[in-house]
Ligand binder design. Sequence first.
Ligand code: CTP
Length: 206
Amino acid sequence: VLVTAGPTRERIDPVRYLSNRSSGKMGFAIAAAARAAGAEVILVTGPVQLATPAGVRRIDVESAADMFAAVEREVAGIDVFVAAAAVADYRPVTPSPRKIKKSAARIDLALERTTDILASVAARDDRPFVVGFAAETDDVEGYARAKLQAKRLDLIAANEVGDGKAFDQDDNALIVLSQDERIEIPHASKIEVARRLVALIAARMR
Ligand code: CTP
């Protein structure tokens, strides 16, 4: 099982970056639950303040490009891919090699799209069972179903985010969608939610 977790950091200059509020807790809990269920687990993670779950092989990365490269290196022969990382969708086009000094009253930062790691794994000929996440502030199920189709996923785990919800919290609730199913994992600790999600994946692998 290959799991991505945490945020990514997209460099603006040597001392600044763009990132997001992901703590990595959900991805780490999934890695731990998959390991506890007997899987061999590789965890590719952005910068987080979390201990590596016992028995899990951890690869630390910083940017979306680093995470994509690590996944490309590890994905061959994998049975299950779970994309729990909050990968930056955009990165600065030209990171400055020097610290940007303040002079102009206003500056513009040009951004370009990063590679969609999840969609790229799902597009492989030898694709594993592919599970994506959708973090939404509104119409959670509608947007999640659209992502399930667009990225050709086997399962998508959707959760509502916003102030005090999901990001950096110890608990979560998920709506898990496949082409023809809808399963609710009720509000519980991320450890328990991860265990339930891993059980759903395992049942569909059989
Ligand atoms: N993902 C990825 N690589 C990216 C971006 C996202 O692997 N460059 C994965 C995430 O790990 C997650 C899912 O894709 O599993 C999230 O889908 P995405 O379309 O990125 O959601 P949002 O960032 O919320 O995008 P949108 O603004 O379109 O809702």
